[in-house]
Design a protein. Structure first.
Length: 279
């Protein structure tokens, strides 16, 4: 069996949104894949601080902040926060257009008070995994501080929520030369997504890891559930979407595996012969 690199999204893929405890079946599958000689990486929109509780499971590397920060083993191979000029411009434009902002730094996140209120009111059943993850983190007071506590640390991406697509589109027109806007969902008039530096995305992060480890992208597997996984799935040799995932992402995937609650990671690894025996 050829050695592969497996890239796993976290929220809605490895775990339920906002959770830091993967199912036992997923932990078992990851360890079996590693014993078979494969690398297993986390590849997430979360910042590094939000990943820390999962590092105990012994992943071979981490892609954080949608590709803005990459570790292979103990080595940092890519680290690309926004410039101060980019950050100031993005924050000002988003605020002027009434868009809720959450800035993600390596060691914490800072959110507008209005975004907290919005999540508590609107991120319920039927919301996408990113909104549910943020609501879970905020309700449990994990890693997310009010914007007033922000002290100028480097920012890797900005999570945005808008009361209308028009508000977000107005910001996008002014910022699109430096930033890509990844929209996760548009439900009941509310739009949420991410503002990400055009210098990186999850797909280019896959390519950077492959180059570092000298393994072809042909020998990669990516598993995700939402549209911020799009580039990761497009870059991988085998693209898998969770059953609980976005319908748009399912159309791009080579295969669809069961949901998190139905041991999707284990079932996908077994089906595609990444591991050789059932739990």
């Amino acid at each position: 069996m050829e050695q592969k690199i497996i890239f796993l999204d976290i929220d809605g893929t490895l775990t339920e949104p906002g959770c830091n405890e993967p199912p036992e079946s997923a932990i078992w599958a990851v360890r079996q894949a590693q014993r078979a000689g494969h690398y297993v990486f986390l590849c997430t929109g979360r910042n590094y601080d939000m990943i820390r509780p999962l590092l105990q499971y012994g992943f071979d590397g981490v892609i954080a902040s949608s590709g803005g920060y990459i570790e292979c083993g103990k080595n940092v191979i890519f680290d690309c926060p926004m410039t101060e000029e980019q950050k100031r411009a993005a924050m000002a434009v988003l605020e002027e257009n009434g868009v809720f902002r959450t800035v993600e730094c390596k060691d914490g996140s800072y959110t507008d008070a209005a975004f907290k209120r919005y999540l508590l009111e609107h991120a319920g059943e039927g919301a996408n995994s990113e909104l549910l993850r943020w609501r879970e983190q905020i309700e449990r007071n994990l890693h997310i501080l009010p914007m007033e506590a922000y002290r100028g640390q480097p920012v890797y991406k900005i999570v945005v929520t808008s009361l209308s697509r028009e508000q977000l589109a107005a910001s996008q027109r002014l910022l699109e030369s430096d930033f890509a806007f990844c929209i996760h969902g548009d439900k009941d008039g509310f739009v949420d997504g991410e503002v990400v530096n055009r210098k990186f995305d999850k797909g280019r992060a896959v390519e950077r890891v492959c180059e570092y480890l000298q393994i072809s992208t042909r020998n990669t597997v990516a598993v995700g559930d939402s549209m911020n996984d799009k580039e990761m799935l497009e870059a991988a040799g085998l693209a898998i979407c969770m059953e609980n995932g976005s319908e748009a992402l399912k159309e791009l995937a080579d295969d669809i595996c069961p949901s998190v609650q139905e041991d999707g990671i284990r079932e996908a690894f077994l089906k595609h012969h990444l591991i050789v025996k059932a739990m």
